[in-house]
Design a protein around this ligand. Structure first.
Ligand code: GLN
Length: 247
C-alpha cells in the first residue's frame, strides 16, 4: 500500500490529487514495464497533508504551485517545516515540487527585495522566482521532455508557466549534511527564441529523491509526468532506496 500526500496549505491541491488518480488508473491498467521488478500491482491512497501526523503517513509528497512565501509561513505556523525537511533530507522520501513547490525544495532562492524566506530545501540549486513576469505574462509552451519518451517520439508536453521560477544554477554546493543523492540532473529546458540567440532556462531538475518543475502539469489533463513520477515512487517504496535513475 502506497500513500502519496499533497501538501494542502495553499495552492493547486485538488488538481494534483485528480491527476494522481488519473495516473494511478493508468498504471494499474497498463502492463508493467519490462524492467520493473514489481510482482503485483500497488494500492494507492492519495491524501491532503496539513499536519505533521498526516505527513508521517505518507510515502511520498507533492508540494503544489501557489505562493511559496505564504506556504512557508503557514507551514511554519503548523509546525510542518522541520518535519518536511526531515521527510526530504533525512528520510529521503520521494518529493515533487511544482512551481512554488520547486521554490520550497531549492536550497537557495535569489535575493529578493522582500528579503529571505524559509525553505524546505533538498535540491542543490538556486532558483529565481517570477522569472517571466506577472500573472498576466503567463504562457503555455511545448517542452521536449526526454524522460517521457519511451522508445519513440513523445508529444511535446504543454507546460503551463504562471509566475514561474527557473533554476539559475545547479550544484551550488551548499553544505548539505546528507550524502548519496548525487549531482542535480537537468531534465527539462525551456528555450525562448530561436538558435543561439535563444535564452535557455532550466525548468525541470531531479536530485535523487527530489524532483522539481517550474511549470504546472496539474493544470493540464496530461498525466504523463504524474505517471512517470508515480512509477518512481512505487520503485522507491518497494526497493526502499533512492530513486537514482528511474527514467
Ligand atoms: N511566484 C510564485 C512563488 O514564487 C510561484 C507561482 C506558482 O506557483 N504558480 O512562490
Amino acid at each position: 500500500h502506497i500513500t502519496v500526500g499533497v501538501l494542502a496549505l495553499q495552492g493547486g491541491v485538488v488538481e494534483h490529487l485528480n491527476l494522481l488518480r488519473k495516473a494511478a488508473a493508468h498504471i494499474l491498467s497498463s502492463p508493467p514495464p519490462p524492467e520493473s521488478k514489481a510482482e503485483d500491482l500497488p494500492e494507492f491512497t492519495f491524501t491532503e497533508v496539513r499536519t505533521p501526523q498526516q505527513l508521517a503517513q505518507c510515502d511520498a509528497l507533492i508540494i503544489p504551485g501557489g505562493e511559496s512565501t505564504t506556504m512557508a509561513i503557514v507551514a511554519q505556523r503548523l509546525g510542518l517545516l522541520e518535519p518536511l525537511r526531515e521527510f526530504v533530507k533525512v528520510q529521503h522520501k520521494p518529493v515533487w515540487g511544482t512551481c512554488a513547490g520547486l521554490v520550497m525544495l531549492a536550497e537557495q532562492v535569489s535575493a529578493t527585495k522582500q528579503g529571505g524566506q524559509e525553505l524546505v530545501g533538498g535540491l542543490d540549486v538556486r532558483v529565481l522566482r517570477n522569472k517571466f513576469g506577472t500573472q498576466l505574462q503567463s504562457f503555455v509552451a511545448g517542452l521536449e521532455l526526454g524522460f517521457l519518451e519511451k522508445g519513440g517520439e513523445a508529444e511535446p508536453f504543454r507546460a503551463v508557466f504562471i509566475r514561474a521560477p527557473v533554476v539559475e544554477e545547479v550544484n551550488i554546493a551548499t553544505q548539505r549534511e546528507e550524502k548519496g543523492n548525487g549531482p542535480v540532473e537537468v531534465l527539462g529546458v525551456y528555450q525562448q527564441g530561436q538558435g543561439k540567440e535563444g535564452n535557455k532556462d532550466i525548468v525541470a531538475v531531479r536530485q535523487g529523491n527530489v524532483f522539481g518543475t517550474s511549470f504546472h502539469p496539474e493544470l493540464t489533463d496530461d498525466a504523463r509526468i504524474h505517471v512517470w513520477w508515480l512509477r518512481q515512487v512505487v520503485d522507491a517504496v518497494r526497493h526502499g532506496g533512492l530513486v537514482i535513475n528511474g527514467a
